[in-house]
Design a protein around this ligand. Structure first.
Ligand code: NAD
Length: 458
């Protein structure tokens, strides 16, 4: 079978994954229609405004205006050769992923499928078995559904917010699950990316180590499982480093030295061994819970994953304990938090550790000030239930503070003139919950899993 080039692609969902996917596919030459039910966001995109913060995305979408159309009208699906589902799958109350957006998108797609060959690709992170379920939904709702022409494929997404474009252009692997003929068509769709000489320097520099992505072709179920298992393993690695960091503090070892030392073993690797406040964001918490809930459905315990989750959320208390050790009580004290987004270079506040820090500090009666280079406006909308004073500048956050908690490792904070700013505080106390301060500064500094910054070692 043969896929048109350029292909007509519909991308459902204009979140981090949908916008990145739309931009990437347009960049490699396809004609893309982005569909979302959020009229306000579609109106913004039509006017050239990108509704999320992701480095380079504005420029990429602006450079592809000729190939990109934005709409709320699902009838665009009719002309699409490939239809990507990139809607949210937030956790339900018991941790089971809420599939209502996927189901609703699939039902809307079903109303517009044509009688030619079409591939429905799921990029959302979904419980194992969802691909089959989507296929049944399409069969039930599309009178002309023909399994020899309409294919459901799982193509999980591995991008990280903050580096989404580089991750999508130069992936380690492209995972494709489904029937072999559909996977061949998907390989044709991604052909430019798979080419050894592919580079897109105007969007993101090609990493030195990059050769070409492996194409991993599997069953639908295996592809869905690969996504969950990959996220769960990375989450596990972070929690492992955090668990070891707690013991390092008690026995006088330094987690930064320990992590570097174990990470040099190629079987382990350096990445995701960073001790600190733990993971946050829309994926790790949700996907570890999703896997546990899949286990529950099959009467299968997953104690390692549960432990990783417990360790992660314990880290958010560890930071407050460090603060209390110095201040005894925070009642009435001014505690300033640097960083609100769950990680640098994004405005995403989902499951951000800073949220929990503010909740705990509010309970303890502290007067909280918070700053973030990008996420302040979003926090004003999404965290209106929390009590904190937004600091317009970093300087404002330091002024008369009894303690500074560094919660997100933005470059802006790493490069601060710490000593000048600390001179304006009431008490020079820094809880560096990301271990970014490398050299001694004029303050009491608490880090995670180590005594204090001692200079560059790693
Ligand atoms: P998001 O919440 O940022 O965006 C989802 C979008 O889907 C929203 O714009 C929403 O309006 C739209 N939507 C909901 N229902 C719709 C419908 N019926 N029709 C059309 N649009 C609809 O989500 P995201 O962060 O982009 O994540 C999407 C999926 O990708 C999730 O399953 C997530 O787990 C997975 N994922 C996310 C990341 C990440 O870093 N954000 C990375 C890999 C995978």
């Amino acid at each position: 079978m043969h896929l048109n080039h350029p292909a007509n692609v519909a991308v459902i969902g204009r979140g981090y994954v949908g916008l990145g996917t739309a931009g990437l596919l347009a960049h490699i030459g396809h004609t893309v229609t982005g569909i979302d039910i959020d009229e306000e966001k579609i109106a913004m995109l039509r006017q050239g405004h990108v509704p999320i913060h992701e480095p380079g995305l504005d420029d990429l979408l602006a450079s592809q205006v000729e190939r990109l159309t934005w709409t709320t009208d699902y009838s665009a699906v009719r002309d699409a050769d490939v239809i990507f589902i990139c809607v949210g799958t937030p956790p339900g109350l018991d941790g089971t992923p809420d599939l209502q957006y996927v189901v609703s998108a699939a039902a809307s797609i079903a109303r517009h499928l044509n009688s030619h060959s079409q591939i429905i690709v799921n990029k959302s992170t979904v419980p194992i078995g969802t691909g089959d379920y989507v296929q049944r939904l399409l069969e039930d709702h599309t009178p002309s559904f023909d399994p020899s022409r309409h294919f459901v494929v799982s193509n999980p997404e591995f991008l990280r917010e903050g580096t989404a474009l580089g991750d999508s252009l130069y992936p380690d692997r492209i995972v494709l699950g489904g029937q072999p003929q559909a996977l061949d068509l998907m390989t044709q769709l991604y052909a430019p990316l798979i080419d050894q000489s592919f580079t897109a320097p105007t969007v993101a520099p090609r990493p030195e180590w990059f050769t070409r992505p492996a194409v991993v072709k599997t069953s639908l179920q295996s592809a869905e499982m690969i996504k969950y298992a990959a996220n769960a393993f990375l989450a596990l690695k972070i929690s492992f480093a955090n668990e070891i960091s707690g013991l390092c503090e008690r026995v006088g070892a330094d987690i930064e030295e320990v992590a570097a030392g174990i990470g040099m073993d190629q079987r382990i690797g350096q990445r995701f061994l960073q001790a600190g406040l733990g993971w946050g964001g829309s994926c790790f918490g949700k996907d570890t819970q999703g896997l546990i809930s899949a286990g529950r459905e099959h009467q299968y315990d997953m104690p390692i994953l549960q432990a990783a989750i417990d360790v992660n959320y314990r880290q958010r208390r560890v930071v407050i304990d460090k603060l209390l050790r110095h201040l005894k009580t925070v009642k009435g004290k001014r505690v300033s938090i640097l960083g609100m987004a769950f990680k640098p270079n994004t405005d995403d506040l989902r499951d951000a550790p800073t949220h929990d820090l503010i909740v705990q500090l509010n309970r303890l009666g502290a007067s909280v000030t918070a700053h973030d280079p990008i996420a302040m406006n979003r926090a004003a909308r999404e965290w209106s239930h929390l009590s904190y004073t937004p600091a317009a500048t970093v300087e404002e956050a330091f002024e008369r503070a009894d303690a500074i908690i560094l919660a997100t490792e933005w470059d802006e904070y790493i490069n601060l003139d710490w000593n000048t700013l600390l001179a304006t505080t009431r008490r020079p106390l820094v809880i560096d919950a990301r271990n970014i301060i490398r050299r001694p500064i004029n303050a009491q500094v608490e880090q995670v899993g180590r005594d204090a910054p001692r200079g560059e070692r790693r």
